[in-house]
Design a binder for this molecule. Structure first.
Ligand SMILES: [Zn+2]
Length: 231
C-alpha cells in the first residue's frame, strides 16, 4: 500500500484508520484459517478482530471530535440532521467531503423549487408569527420572490377570517372621541391642522381591522368637517 506524505493531526488519524482496516482484514482471514485448524486459535483471532474494531471506532470518534470540535460539556458538536440514519456511513461521507479538495462546484447550492444549481442559490429564512416555527429553504432569487408573494397572499387570506369584533370597533371610536375631546381645547385653526395631520397619517392596518380603522377615521373626518364649517 502506498502512503501519501503525512500532513498534520488529521492525516495521522487517517493513517491509523488505514492501518486498522488492514489489521482487521488480516485478522478476519486468520479467524477463517484458524477455524480449519483449531478452535482456540480461531477464538484468539476473533478477540483480536473485536479489539481492532473497537480501536477503529475510537479512532473515528477522535477524527469526529477534531473535525467538529466540542461544546462546553466536552461532547462532540454534531451538525444537526447529519447523523440521523446511519451514524458511521453519514460520518464517513462527511469526513470524505472534508478531506477531498474543494472545487467551484462545491460553492453551488441546488434550488429546492426549480432545481437549478448555482452560486446564486442561498439559504433563505421565512419567519412566521409565534408559535409557527421559522422555515429555511435553499432558493434561487426567482423562487424566493415567488414564495414571498405566495406567503403574503396566504397571510392576507388568513387575515380575512378574523374581522375586527364590535368591541374592537367601539374601542377605536372611543379612542377617536378622546382625541377629539383634547383637540377641542385647542384654538380652531390648530385643531384643524392637528386633525388633518392625524388623517394624513395612514398606518398599515392589520388584516381584518379595516372596519375599525375606517370607523376611527370617519369620526375624525366628521370632526374636521365640523371644525371647518365653524371657521
Ligand atoms: Zn429556483
Amino acid at each position: 500500500m502506498t502512503r501519501r506524505k503525512l500532513n498534520g493531526y488529521l492525516d495521522h488519524l487517517r493513517e491509523n484508520l488505514e492501518i486498522l482496516d488492514e489489521g482487521i482484514a488480516n485478522a478476519r482471514k486468520m479467524v477463517k484459517a484458524g477455524k480449519n485448524a483449531d478452535s482456540r486459535t480461531a477464538l484468539q483471532w476473533t478477540k483480536t478482530v473485536r479489539d481492532l474494531v473497537e480501536l477503529r471506532g475510537t479512532n473515528l470518534t477522535n477524527i469526529k471530535m477534531h473535525l467538529l470540535g466540542r461544546d462546553e460539556t466536552g461532547a462532540a458538536k454534531e451538525p444537526p440532521g447529519i447523523y440521523g440514519h446511519n451514524d458511521q456511513i453519514e460520518f464517513e461521507r462527511y469526513f470524505k467531503n472534508q478531506v477531498s479538495a474543494w472545487t467551484q462546484d462545491d460553492l453551488k447550492l441546488q434550488c429546492e423549487d426549480c432545481g437549478i444549481k448555482s452560486e446564486a442559490v442561498s439559504n433563505r429564512c421565512f419567519s412566521h408569527p409565534y408559535p409557527k416555527p421559522d422555515e429555511y429553504y435553499d432558493l434561487c432569487g426567482k423562487c424566493f420572490d415567488k414564495r414571498v408573494t405566495k406567503s403574503n397572499r396566504e397571510s392576507k387570506d388568513w387575515g380575512v377570517g378574523e374581522p375586527a369584533s364590535k368591541g374592537e370597533v367601539r374601542a377605536m371610536i372611543r379612542g377617536a372621541a378622546q382625541i377629539i375631546k383634547i383637540l377641542r381645547t385647542l384654538p380652531i385653526d390648530q385643531r384643524i391642522a392637528k386633525l388633518e395631520e392625524l388623517l394624513a397619517n395612514k398606518p398599515e392596518v392589520a388584516p381584518g381591522m379595516e372596519p375599525a380603522c375606517d370607523a376611527y377615521r370617519g369620526v375624525l373626518q366628521k370632526e374636521l368637517d365640523n371644525a371647518k364649517r365653524l371657521m
